[in-house]
Design a protein around this ligand. Sequence first.
Ligand code: MN
Ligand code: MN
Length: 468
Amino acid sequence: MKKTKGSELAEKLTFTQPHIADAAPKAVEKAQAFCEDYKAFLDAAKTEREAVKEIERRLRKAGYQPLDRTAKKPYKPGDKVYYNNRGKSILAATIGKEDLEAGVRLMIAHIDSPRLDLKPNPLYEDTDLALFKTHYYGGIRKYQWGVTPLALHGVVAKKDGETVEVHVGEEAGDPVFCVTDLLPHLGAEQSKRPLSEGLKGEELNILVGSLPYEDEDVKERVKLQTLALLNEKYGITERDFVRAEIEAVPAFKASDVGFDRSMIGAYGHDDRVCAYTALRAEIDTENPKFTSVCVLTDKEEIGSMGTTGLNSDYVFHFLGYLADIQDGNYKLMLQNSKCLSADVSAAFDPTFPDVMEKRNASFLNKGVCLTKYTGARGKSGTNDAPAELMGFVADILDDAGVIWQTGELGKVDAGGGGTVAQYVANRDIDTVDIGVPVLAMHSPFEVVAKLDVYMTYKAFAAFKASKK
Ligand code: MN
Ligand code: MN
């Protein structure tokens, strides 16, 4: 049937965001296969420290060498180096054919996720139960963290110089831990609280024991019994909690979601889904035109402060070392660089449509989300990527056949948020946000679509391989 003039014009001038399964049907099977390894990564990397360990293992396996900061001769195109920053953030690079002054292709994602951290003095006994006090890390909806199985992950830096790892609640047969909540029969008063106080910060206490130490002459016998078990297993005393970082995270593993297995439910997609896809793209980059740098950072969820967060100089020290070794002009390198700040976006949830503006929201299965700005209250606190940069990245994605969408973080004045983009852009590097749409972000069980994860990998690989 002949098209009308109007329908021809509409086809030419308007845009409708396709479902990836329609626009790229072959991607469905590829995404399934790609995401099997992603689930394994999630299970192996539930904290920033574990993520760094797992990433370093994968980098070494792929032939990356530790950066030699005092190297006397420049690295060759195709050489692969990495730098482990204090075991909590990590950088990897593949040297390009062009001089560093032509700029680097920088990708940044974060590997910390919201969770419950133990307080420095966590252990106490109340009414014959032993519990841990916690201080939550990052933006959580506190009521979501009650009555869900928790595992404890972390380290204790002992006085004898040894750092012992704590890792309980993940293996088959391990005990788990939990924050308790009231029964509905007695919940009438609690139910009148606003949702944000359904469980209050000081009610996020983790149940860890209930048996007394056998000697009836001592006080707080359940606490003592807990300490005795910890001392037996880790050689630590109560005072050593001050020298520890122990994080309570959901104890379950990543699973497929849906009859069609099209989605993944897991703890910590934000932002390990971008960290994983960025890492895979970095490892797969062979002989790029521009030097490729991949940064997987800590502390994003609490404002990027500290030596392992993006607001510190560690990334720029790394770039400075590279410039020295390659004998390139550091400032020119920064000015000519392009950065993808890879972080998740809030996917449209049909159960809660009111917080989104449908024309400018991101959706599951519609591709990697390119975000011009984040922020809150009139774009406050955002890196607002310039039109030229949006065009530059859009061209790379289009040329590589990547299905991508755009979206804002909710309706104007509905809330908002930020990413690390500002810390990079403030250093004179063109930066734009991009990432995977997520449902139930910051909850213990976040959901992503496999097709979006796969398209995000394709987007990052295309950015690193780009010739312009
Ligand atoms: Mn994030
Ligand atoms: Mn986040």
